[in-house]
Design a protein around this ligand. Structure first.
Ligand code: MG
Length: 284
């Protein structure tokens, strides 16, 4: 049986090869730290995906540590706590929601930075302040651009002046748009292009998925090793890319954006590929 079963033509043979590969790698499901992308992996349009509740309940029974990750730095962890409770009946602590804001705080700390010009929502500003990052336009060490749904022209103006004075900037994540029930809205990637057009400068670093820094800081926070962790996601170029680059185990869920054909296209090979979490539950 080929290890690269996804190169087979769609059909019964490929399906059997996929399932056999999953059985071969099922030992990876015995890891103790499970990271989950949310939209497209656990729920879609605020509705639970098949067997996601049951799978999370089985993990809880086994005392597996679960972490819910998101690139969205416009909302605080409590918004996701509420959503997980409403949609999936899951009680997650603030600590178990890992946002790109937390990854950015991890990076600022690792660089010893405490003074920044922050472009973000009030919730983001509060989280930064709680982490000991002072918001200032007076000689900041860095500019931090978040997904700011309260963005004003004044903030853009200030940010562009600072960049022209030589202050560097980092972005919390790279997503160009954010899906909502009514359609796509501009996310930070669109702001990055706006600032680039105005100043010629881009971010010196982009945290969040797919940057493996996100997993690195998360593992530090939970005092875990990469051999302990496994990530479930529906996007090859973010969730799975980050997992592979971090050296943790990866699970592609076909419940969201990616199709099997995309594995070859993006050149990122997940360890396990499931049609839904019911399949994963069977191998747990
Ligand atoms: Mg997703």
């Amino acid at each position: 049986m080929t290890a690269e079963w996804w190169k087979l033509e769609e059909g019964k043979e490929r399906e059997e090869a996929r399932k056999e590969s999953n059985r071969t790698n099922r030992h990876l499901l015995r890891r103790k730290l499970f990271l989950f992308d949310q939209d497209g992996t656990l729920y879609l349009d605020f509705k639970p995906l098949p067997q996601s509740r049951e799978f999370l309940a089985a993990l809880k029974e086994r005392h597996v540590q679960t972490i819910f990750i998101t690139n969205n730095s416009s909302r605080s962890a409590s918004v996701y706590q509420e959503r997980l409770r409403d949609v999936l009946d899951v009680e997650a602590s603030q600590r178990e929601i890992y946002t790109s804001t937390k990854a950015t705080i991890g990076w600022l700390r690792s660089e010893g930075m405490t003074r920044a010009y922050l472009v973000g929502t009030p919730g983001f500003m509060e989280e930064m302040e709680d982490a000991g990052i002072e918001h200032t336009a007076e000689e900041p060490q860095i500019i931090v651009l978040a997904f700011d749904t309260t963005l004003t022209y004044k903030k853009l103006e200030e940010m562009c002046y600072l960049i022209q004075k030589g202050v560097g900037y980092v972005a919390t994540h790279p997503d160009k748009v954010c899906p909502t029930l009514d359609g796509y809205i501009p996310d930070i990637g669109a702001f990055i292009e706006l600032v680039r057009t105005a100043t010629g400068a881009g971010p010196q670093r982009i945290l969040g998925k797919p940057n493996p820094d996100m997993v690195r800081f998360l593992l530090e926070e939970f005092d875990a090793k990469k051999e302990d962790a496994i990530i479930f996601g529906d996007r090859l170029y973010t969730d799975i890319r980050m997992g592979v680059d971090s050296g943790i185990a990866t699970v592609l869920m076909l419940t969201g954006e990616s199709r099997i054909e995309d594995i070859e296209k993006y050149g990122v090979a997940p360890d396990l590929v499931f049609k839904d979490l019911g399949e994963a539950l069977e191998l747990l």
